[in-house]
Design a protein around this ligand. Structure first.
Ligand code: ATP
Ligand code: MG
Length: 362
């Protein structure tokens, strides 16, 4: 039996022991044990995807050409920060094509044999979505090269002098890979993706539109200025926007008979301790650790993570991209450094440098 991860609505994966399921385009099943909230809000068609105009337009061309020629879509790599729409796009594409879709993820494929059931199940023109593809082990990565290039599997049977290689032909299909760290992908794997699309942070107006649409889907009443207020604090990320909407909706249900006005939104956000730029407790702790423990830096990510008692990956994936975007952080070859803008935002100052230019706190 193969271990089949189920993609949860929030993009995290859960592993189940079952045969790989081939979902038809019309009956997608994510996370059967709850969290329908995210799936209700997830766009189902390309026309429902807000923002990312350039990427969407390019995808539209690719999809039209694919349908016209009746050929499988070229392998596609989607990269961008967490919660930005990679899974959403990857699951919309098979629906647009009317193609079957199988879903797995890098960490779930610990050996080439884990990939085999997906490959033998893949029909002509179907999609195999591999989330967190940067976490594919090296052996699986090498195994997937001939699969992506020639739709061929090379299996070695036996050992030493008795070893034989078995070649198996596969149906041409499409691999869609999603990653938050395209830099961690090896060059040979990256090159096997014909299309590489980068998803970037959203503008406030786009997030406000997502919030307004999703409030309608949830049958919640929200004023336009409240939607903008939530959007401003969503860190350029639809998932954050959805989470803030969900919290504000609960808050409004309890405090204001369900109506989300700007005042209610501000009160709700205040209670969550999300500041006017969207910085949360973890971001502020990161910046304060940099100031108070490392005198503003440069500090290595491992040292910062150890001081905060948080995994370095969490800092690199979830905290730093937004701080870099705000101009609150510099990533130098010697480590992370705080910027004057961040100090102003925190209303903090660094200790005066000593005669050697070092800023000593103790
Ligand atoms: N362009 C968009 N328009 C509308 N809603 C969106 C869009 N992109 C994402 N969302 C919403 O944000 C949620 C999170 O998006 P998604 O799961 O696709 O992110 P992700 O990039 O795969 O994140 P992760 O890296 O954590 O897996 C979705 O459930 C969806 O509701
Ligand atoms: Mg995802």
């Amino acid at each position: 039996m193969a271990r089949q991860p189920v993609i949860r609505g929030d993009g995290t994966n859960k592993e189940e022991t079952s045969r790989p399921s081939v979902d038809s385009a019309s009956s997608f099943q994510f996370d059967p044990d709850g969290r329908e909230f995210d799936d209700v809000l997830r766009p189902q068609r390309l026309s429902e995807v807000v923002g990312q105009r350039k990427v969407v337009e390019r995808l539209e061309i690719m999809l039209l050409a694919t349908k016209k020629r009746n050929e499988p879509l070229g392998h596609l790599l989607l990269d961008g920060p967490p919660g930005i729409g990679k899974t959403t796009l990857a699951t919309v594409i098979p629906k647009e094509l009317g193609a079957e879709c199988q879903i797995t993820s890098g960490p779930a494929l610990s050996a080439p044999k884990d990939l085999l059931p997906y490959l033998t199940n893949a029909s002509y023109g179907s999609i195999l979505f591999i989330d967190e593809i940067h976490r594919l082990p090296a052996a699986v990565e090498e195994f997937i090269y001939p699969v992506m290039e020639d739709f061929r599997v090379d299996i070695t049977l036996g050992e030493g002098l008795n070893a034989r290689t078995l070649n198996m032909k596969l149906q041409p299909f499409t691999v869609i890979g999603a990653t938050t760290r395209s830099g961690m992908l090896t060059a040979p794997l990256r090159d096997r993706f014909v299309n590489h699309q980068h998803l970037d942070f959203y503008e406030v107006e786009e997030l406000a539109e997502i919030i307004r649409r999703n409030a309608r889907k949830l049958r919640s009443e929200i004023t336009s200025d409240a939607a903008v207020e939530l959007a401003k604090r969503s860190r350029g990320t639809p998932r954050k926007a959805n989470n803030l909407l969900r919290w504000t909706r609960d808050f409004a249900d309890v405090k204001n008979k369900g109506k989300i006005t700007k005042t209610v939104a501000l009160d709700a956000l205040g209670m969550l301790e999300v500041d006017e730029l969207g910085l949360e407790e973890q971001d502020r702790r990161y910046l304060k650790t940099l100031v108070h423990v490392f005198s503003g830096g440069p500090a290595g990510i491992q040292a910062l993570a150890a001081s905060m008692n948080v995994p370095p990956d969490t800092l690199e994936d979830e905290v730093e991209p937004f701080l870099l975007r705000c101009g609150f952080l510099q990533r130098t070859p010697r480590g992370r450094r705080i910027t004057p803008a961040a100090l102003r935002h925190l209303q903090a100052t660094l200790p005066e440098p000593d005669a050697h230019g070092r800023r000593m706190l103790f």
